[in-house]
Design a protein around this ligand. Sequence first.
Ligand code: ZN
Length: 315
Amino acid sequence: MVEQRTDGLDANSVWIREGDVRLEGQDCDARLMALRVGLRRHFGVRAVGAAAADEEVERALVALHGAGHLAALAAAGEEPAVMPELAPPGLEPDIPVNAALVAAAREAVRTAISAADRLLEGDRYAYAVCRPPGHHAGPDFIGGYCYLNNAAAAVQALREGGLAPVGVLDLDLHYPNGTSELVERMGGDATLHSLHAAPVTNVAAGTELPRAPRERAHAFAAAPDPTAYLAEVEASLAELAASSAALVVSLGYDTAEGDPHGSWHFGPEVFAGIGRLLAATELPVCVVQEGGYALEALAPCSHAFAAGLLGEDPV
Ligand SMILES: [Zn+2]
């Protein structure tokens, strides 16, 4: 487990717009604490701090995001402000930007890169306990609590370190519109599979999914049965594992029962199942935290996931 640095500032999300409604932000540092509690309960889990150097973080950010995107974020002030120029193509801005959130997003990138570095050092598993999430942040856009793309930064660190091609599996409730664009630009070095809820609202109307040639996008129109869901995870992993040297898993717990942004009902046992399937691939796995906002569900879910991964009894 790689723990994100926090500087004690209030970097909690302020608000998010869903359709025409502005909701109170649900992404907060308390999520990190809950996720760590679930992971720390395993003897096999060792906690390390995010150790990637500033230069490594900078190199990944410049490789992934446009200069205008990075400059706009760097110029953010203390007061939350809407930046329409950073909205995804064809969509309205749905989150504000402020300096504290940008600082937290940079630390989340550092955490994801540090987790990827663990794999390069020879660890089989690393789990970046990071926030804000990143998979809705694209080359030049932000959205859905995401400012910088953590999973893509992990992939970038792996390919730079010679561990490629990378299979990216996104298991958050929402379609990873940002990761999709960034992975597409990596050519043969990375392939994205996503399992998510339909309808997908974070791409421009009329966009066909999958939006890139080698991507797999499996949408569930209604909350899936856990067995059917895990069968799709298994199918994706079989395909990705056949052509990958390592896996990056964008793991969201917003598929869990009670999530304020979700409508599915997964219990912790589904995440134990995901962990077991990842273990069975025998590949190095870098887990990057995406969503999951039901605070009381996070420790049981991260605990069950690690139990499945480590071959322990989840109870
Ligand atoms: Zn999500």
